[in-house]
Write a protein that binds this ligand. Structure first.
Ligand SMILES: Nc1ncnc2c1ncn2[C@@H]1O[C@H](COP(=O)(O)OP(=O)(O)O)[C@@H](O)[C@H]1O
Ligand SMILES: [Mg+2]
Length: 289
């Protein structure tokens, strides 16, 4: 009898290990600033939550209109507080609306580089508690080609590249793709065209970037879709309430729903296995160094 119970326990443990979900890390970035990354990150996160997913947003955008401001919430703790002995990841996880949780990167992200191996490992282990807790960690990065943004891009499971239809936004996005491709050819870019006037404008913007990426870098960029230019977005920004919650039937919110659907649909058809929180952090640090 004892042997049977033992065997059963082993089978159950094995099954649990196999089904323990790996959190998928999505980095949201763009070539230039002001294209709608933070608004997209926050509302896309809420869209994923509405689709039944558990989402944590990591805010490393040091701009003024960061997601905390967009939600009207001020964090009490910051990511790097984790370096302190007695803090756990649950202490730095702040609550937003509708079950959304977020971690504020705060300033001084580069202090991570000053940690010794023991401190860094402790930081990794604490963050690793998030693995399997969240289905997705969405990282809202600052714009452009900073070393920090690039390391988040290169370490992520998915990279969502936000542009507007403006030619400058598209060429700046291409600059990011080109630079990343040079050192990390396997990065999976998915493009979102924000502030379009029509679906056709969104398609044309995507085609431009996809075409040059294919032609000059031999790289496939996926399209997630587009979001309309919608005055509800700036209205919601002023109200410090995410537009997806304040104006659920606005065209921008319907756009988020489509983007969430297209993203989840793409994942379900892919054989790619996410590499988890700890793997992400290790790759990120190695790219920052
Ligand atoms: N789909 C949209 N329609 C209308 N205005 C938008 C849209 N997306 C963004 N904006 C405007 O652009 C501003 C900047 O957006 P934000 O998300 O802060 O950009 P980023 O994070 O890329 O700097 C917002 O405050 C809003 O006024
Ligand atoms: Mg921003």
């Amino acid at each position: 009898m004892y042997d049977q119970a033992q065997g059963l326990r082993e089978i159950i443990k094995k099954q649990t290990d196999q089904t323990l979900k790996q959190t998928r890390i999505i980095t949201v970035t763009s070539g230039k600033g002001g294209v709608g990354k933070s608004n997209f990150s926050l509302n896309f996160a809420l869209g994923l939550i509405a689709a039944g997913k558990k989402v944590v947003v990591l805010d490393v955008d040091l701009g003024l209109a960061n997601i905390e401001v967009l939600m009207g919430v001020s964090p009490k703790n910051y990511l790097l507080d984790l370096i302190e002995q007695d803090k756990t990841v649950w202490d730095v996880l702040e609550k937003g609306p509708n079950g959304l949780e977020f971690i504020s990167g705060g300033t001084g992200f580069s202090h991570l580089l000053e940690l010794n191996e023991v401190q860094l490992n402790r930081f990794f282990e604490k963050m690793a508690a998030l693995n399997g807790y969240a289905d997705f960690v969405i990282i809202d990065t600052g714009a452009g080609l900073t070393k920090q943004s690039l390391s988040f891009i290169m370490a992520a499971d998915d990279v969502i590249l936000v542009t507007t239809p403006e030619p400058t936004s598209i060429t700046d996005a291409y600059a990011v793709v080109k630079l990343v491709q040079a050192s990390e050819p396997n990065v999976r870019f998915k493009m979102v065209v924000n502030r379009v006037g029509s679906p056709r404008e969104g398609k044309m913007a995507f085609d431009k970037l996809a075409l040059v990426s294919k032609k000059f870098l031999n790289l496939e960029i996926a399209s997630l879709g587009y979001m309309h230019d919608d005055s509800h977005v700036s209205r919601a920004v002023k109200q410090q309430t995410p537009f997806f919650l304040a104006y659920p039937s606005a065209i921008a919110s319907l756009g988020i729903k489509d983007l969430v659907h297209s993203y989840l649909e793409g994942n379900s058809q892919s054989i790619y296995v996410p590499r988890g929180v700890k793997g992400f952090l290790k790759r990120m640090i190695s790219h920052m160094r």
